[in-house]
Write a protein of this length. Structure first.
Length: 326
């Protein structure tokens, strides 16, 4: 159909292993399986939420997509081009289309640079502007993220956490990208400020038709901002579906446990949907379990789950889950 949106990003079997070296001669003795065969698509103008526990591979997935980490295996197609196979210069030019908003607004801004230099650096690096043009463009970008243009001469330490994150958003917008990886952009902020930043991201998305990969822990916030949600566990995608479908009808036991942990103000609902507490700890990504990654903590796992690694398959239209019991 003509009104169907095009796929902007397609990730096929993305793998990111970090080698472990030991000994005097630095012999490789293993690898951290940070991302182990992740596949999904993101269409133009949508927000795909990526959720999961700490250490499950969310941020690594985002950085591997942008080629900040060179993937061990797999393919990343952006606007039809395989980023994994691009040479350094074509990849550098492609970065104008893809940007990242980092998690920590205190660490992601250079303390020795002014706001003008921080936000204007991408413009200078790609030859998009110079001199007074950069000053004018930085002023426009600061207005866009609801900051006073007069702040351009200040340094990062003079701002609050929320203001610093707005500076990070302005920097990400400098080259007019079409795709932005939001790597937990609100987790380091006060609760009162989180909503302001999320609302800003939504407004910018509508104005510039941006596409987001929104990585987060806060399941309530992910439901608010995302069109679809993917749930990660120990380097794999456990479930992916439309936002409302996933929250109303979670199929994977891990997703059910995650959603049961969301605080609910209604005591009657709480009694009917008592929290599912997972036993044990997340296995080490250095030596993940055989078969299903979740089986060591799954309440419905059996011997078959230890032998077969479930594929991410479509259970109902648009609703995918990697579980042998579904």
């Amino acid at each position: 159909m003509e009104n169907e949106k095009k796929v902007l990003l397609k990730v096929n079997n993305l793998v990111m292993h970090f080698p472990i070296y030991r000994g005097v001669i630095s012999r490789q003795v293993g690898a951290v399986h940070a991302v182990d065969g992740v596949s999904f698509e993101v269409v133009e103008g949508e927000t795909l939420g990526l959720v999961g526990e700490s250490g499950c591979g969310k941020s690594t997935t985002g950085r591997a997509i942008l080629q900040l980490y060179k993937p061990t295996a797999g393919e990343v197609y952006f606007k039809g081009k395989n980023l994994v196979k691009l040479k350094s210069e074509p990849m550098r030019m492609m970065r104008r289309e893809m940007q990242m908003i980092f998690q920590d607004p205190y660490a992601s801004l250079n303390p020795r640079m002014t706001v003008r230099d921080i936000v204007g650096e991408p413009l200078m690096a790609f030859g998009q502007a110079s001199g007074n043009e950069i000053t004018d463009r930085v002023a426009d970008l600061l207005k866009l993220v609801k900051l006073n243009p007069d702040f351009a001469s200040r340094y990062p330490h003079e701002f609050s956490g929320g203001q610093r994150q707005r500076i990070g958003v302005a920097r990400a917008l400098a080259l007019n990208p079409s795709f932005i990886v939001c790597d937990e952009p609100i987790s380091a902020l006060d609760v009162s400020i989180q909503a302001q930043v999320v609302n800003l991201l939504e407004d910018l998305q509508k104005e510039f038709n941006l596409t987001y990969l929104f990585i987060a822990h806060d399941l309530s916030m992910v439901r608010h901002i995302s069109n679809r949600v993917a749930v990660m566990y120990l380097g794999i995608i456990a479930e992916i579906a439309d936002r409302d479908e996933l929250y109303v009808n979670p199929l994977h036991p891990y997703t059910q446990a995650l959603l049961s942990a969301i605080p609910v103000a209604d005591p009657v609902y709480y009694e009917k949907n008592r929290r599912k507490v997972l036993e044990g700890d997340v296995p080490s990504p250095v030596n993940p379990p055989s078969g299903c990654r979740f089986r060591t903590r799954c309440p419905i796992a059996d011997a078959h789950c230890a032998e077969v690694q479930p594929e991410l398959r479509e259970i109902t239209p648009g609703h995918f889950a990697a579980c042998l019991k579904v």
